[in-house]
Structures are given as C-alpha cells and as structure tokens.
Design a protein around this ligand. Structure first.
Ligand SMILES: Cc1cc2nc3c(=O)[nH]c(=O)nc-3n(C[C@H](O)[C@H](O)[C@H](O)COP(=O)(O)O)c2cc1C
Length: 188
C-alpha cells in the first residue's frame, strides 16, 4: 500500500487543517496510509546545524524520503504560510534534499472566505525553489481551498463532512495517486 506523509502547518489541537488530514487518513485508508509528521519538535532552522542536523530533523527527513507522496495542509497566516511550515521546508531543502521530485499535494482550510489561496500560491513558489523542487500536482482543477470551515466540519473537533467538498477531494486525490504512480516510487 502507498505510504503518504502529511505536513500540517498548524500546531493547534483543534486545527481545521489537521482535521482535514485526519478526514483524509480515514476516508482513504484502503488506498494509502497517511502519517502526520511531528513539526512541533523541530528546532528553528540554523545553518550551523545543517551538516549535523538535530534528531527531530533527521527523523522527518527519513520519513519524507520513505514516503511515496507528501500532503501539505496549510493554514493561511497573514497572507502566507505559517512559520512552522516554512521552518520545516527550510530544513528539508538543505543537506539531503528529500523533497526533490517528491509528489506533493497541497490543501488548506480557513474559517474565512478566500480558502488559503494566498498561502497556497506562496507555497507553490516555495516548493519550486531549487532545494525543494517537488513534483506538485498542478493547480488547474485540483485546488483544495476550503472556505468557511465552521460550516463544513463537524463541531466540536470533528471531521470534514461537507459533501461537495468531499467529492472534490475524492477527484483530486485520484489525480494525486496517478501522479504518485507515474513518479514510480511505489511498490516498496
Ligand atoms: C497569526 C494568524 C494570522 C492569520 N492570518 C490569516 C489570513 O491571512 N487569512 C486567513 O484566511 N486566515 C487567517 N488567520 C485565521 C486562520 O485561518 C484560522 O486561525 C485558522 O483556523 C487556522 O488554521 P487551523 O484551524 O488549521 O489552525 C490567521 C490566524 C492567525 C493565528
């Protein structure tokens, strides 16, 4: 079975972005496993430590290297991605560049009306940087920009239940799995 790793840009317990990832973990459990990476234990990036990275960074790099694909769930903080996520991506971009050519799907949730579009556009630019160069599912038809989260998730602290959004998610996940298969990293 395919193995996916989720990078979630929010550390809050009731994060909608985490709840989206947990929804995907349960909904697609017959098709792939989805582990949520621990980003909270990563220290702030420091280039002095790059050649001998701290243990949490090593562990994350290994998990990314072993994953068939990576799902990045980003909140939008001040029109961009949260520092938590940028910090993780900076670590992953140096030394052993484990995201190069890695299939990546980006998703995002906000309680407001623009669905993390500004954050995800920034995220796509970052993922194209030389040290990252991920194989990101192209945006046309594939943007998971979830608005007005309070109306679409079961409260308190439940899963995504909004049927049209789940339908879109299904079609986008199908296309992401095609991308992962074409990247030829499965079969371990
Ligand atoms: C520092 C900060 C900045 C924020 N900036 C934005 C923003 O630019 N756009 C937006 O839609 N929501 C913004 N929000 C609201 C977040 O979308 C909201 O807190 C959301 O629930 C965060 O995702 P989470 O539920 O996964 O933690 C901001 C929240 C914080 C804490």
């Amino acid at each position: 079975m395919m193995r996916m790793l989720a990078l979630v840009g929010s550390l809050r317990k009731e994060s909608y972005n985490l709840r989206l990832v947990l929804t995907m973990q349960e909904r697609y459990r017959d098709r792939f496993s989805l582990e949520v990476a621990d980003l909270a234990s990563l220290p702030l990036y420091n280039q002095d430590a790059e050649d001998n990275p701290p243990e949490p960074v090593r562990r994350l790099k290994q998990k990314v290297a072993e994953a068939d694909g990576v799902i990045i769930a980003t909140p939008e903080y001040n029109w961009s991605i949260p520092g938590v996520l940028k910090n993780a991506l900076d670590w992953l971009s140096r030394g052993e560049r484990v995201l190069v050519q890695k299939p990546v799907l980006t998703v995002g949730v906000t309680p407001f009306m623009l669905g993390t579009i500004r954050a995800q556009l920034h995220l796509r630019e970052i993922l194209a940087a030389p040290g990252i160069s991920a194989r990101v599912l192209p945006p046309a038809g594939n943007e998971i920009l979830i608005t007005f989260a309070k109306d679409k998730f079961e409260e308190p602290n439940g899963r995504l239940v909004h049927a049209p959004t789940l339908e879109l998610l299904d079609t986008v996940v199908d296309k992401f799995l095609d991308l992962v298969r074409s990247a030829g990293t499965t079969g371990r």
